[in-house]
Design a protein around this ligand. Structure first.
Ligand code: SF4
Ligand code: SF4
Length: 323
């Protein structure tokens, strides 16, 4: 794909390390922040995860609608509907949203959806024609005019494809600084209502408040590797762990608990909150601290849920059926 795109005058291409692993001051992020026009990012991440990782690093814009991001049951989704979706207020999420959003589009596309590179190349071509993408050239930005050996790697598709399959850090020809694997929560502000439940729940100092009194992932690297506990207690499913194996936690559309009615309550299986409490206790004990169970950080949730829960609604519904 890089080999094909590098010859397209309308598009400038950069290969960066794994989005999630780069810090805001990484050269890859600095490059993307310097792009004045629309940005199109292809990664092996759910688009929602990519979008909010970029937002956290100051690469913001309106959500670009790609025809490739339709869900499986959106068979009839076409170009007109894509534009309608961009204009529609009816589906606006309830979250507090991003701030300081420039008037441009950021497109995020998941490379896991299709195996044929041509599908992506066609879509990039469509977007580029539609939006007349203006970007700066990575090689010139980093180290002046590209040298022949730098261009050469774009001319060897198999070699470049290998580079794209790694996270960049292991590839000797990566243009950017190496990165280490990381693990931290990413907030989807289109869903986040700033209830601060995650701030109360996390006992490891990961969350904080910014100068606008909005929730913020302040100490990313204080998060416990592999633990997604707070994503399970967020009432809006706004906390994403892009590397988690469960799609809903990794940023796929849908709820973390999966079902509107939590059947676990009927069959005695642990609820999402029970699992989160256990995951948090495991990390506390691993840190040499005492387990706290559900005694800390769930007061708001309990106050909201205890007077009446989904099981009450379900039982009332069954009563209404007069069975
Ligand atoms: S718990 Fe979820 S909705 Fe509430 S502040 Fe945290 S991320 Fe936002
Ligand atoms: S996963 Fe655990 S340590 Fe990480 S932010 Fe959430 S509650 Fe805190």
């Amino acid at each position: 794909m890089a080999a094909a795109l590098i010859f397209d005058d309308a598009i400038d291409v950069s290969l960066v390390p794994h989005l999630y692993d780069m810090s805001p001051d990484h050269t890859g992020m600095l490059f993307m922040r310097s792009v004045p026009g629309d940005v199109l990012v292809l990664s092996w991440l759910f688009p929602r995860a990519s979008r909010w990782i970029l937002d956290r690093c100051g690469i913001r814009g309106n959500e670009g609608v790609s025809l490739l991001n339709k869900s499986d049951d959106d068979e009839e989704f076409d170009e007109d509907e894509a534009e309608a979706a961009m204009d529609s207020d009816s589906e606006s999420p309830n979250g507090i949203g991003s701030v300081d959003v420039p008037d441009r589009n950021v497109y995020c596309i998941d490379l896991r959806d299709h195996t044929d590179p041509k599908v992506y190349l066609d879509e990039i071509d469509r977007i580029a024609k539609e939006k007349s993408v203006q970007t700066v050239d990575l090689m010139q930005w980093i180290q002046g005019t590209p040298k022949p050996e730098q261009l050469q790697r774009y001319l060897e598709p198999e070699k470049q494809l290998a580079a794209m399959r790694t996270d960049g850090s292991e590839h000797p020809e990566a243009a950017h600084d190496p990165v280490k694997r990381r693990w931290y929560p990413v907030i989807d502000y289109d869903r986040c209502t700033n209830c601060l439940e995650c701030l109360d729940f996390c006992l490891f100092g990961v969350y904080g408040i910014d100068k606008l009194d909005r929730i913020l992932v302040e100490q990313q690297d204080s998060c416990k590797k592999g633990c997604p506990a707070c994503s399970r207690v967020c009432p809006e499913n706004a906390i994403v762990f892009p590397g988690h194996k469960t799609p809903a936690i990794a940023g796929a559309e849908g709820d973390v608990s999966g079902l509107k009615i939590d059947l676990s309550k009927l069959f005695g299986a642990p609820s999402a909150v029970d699992i989160a409490v256990r995951e948090r206790d495991v990390e506390l004990v691993a840190d040499g601290r005492d387990a706290v169970g559900a005694s800390i950080g769930l007061e708001k949730r309990q106050a909201r849920e205890n007077p009446r829960d989904e099981l009450d609604d379900l039982i009332d519904g069954l009563d209404d059926l007069d069975l």
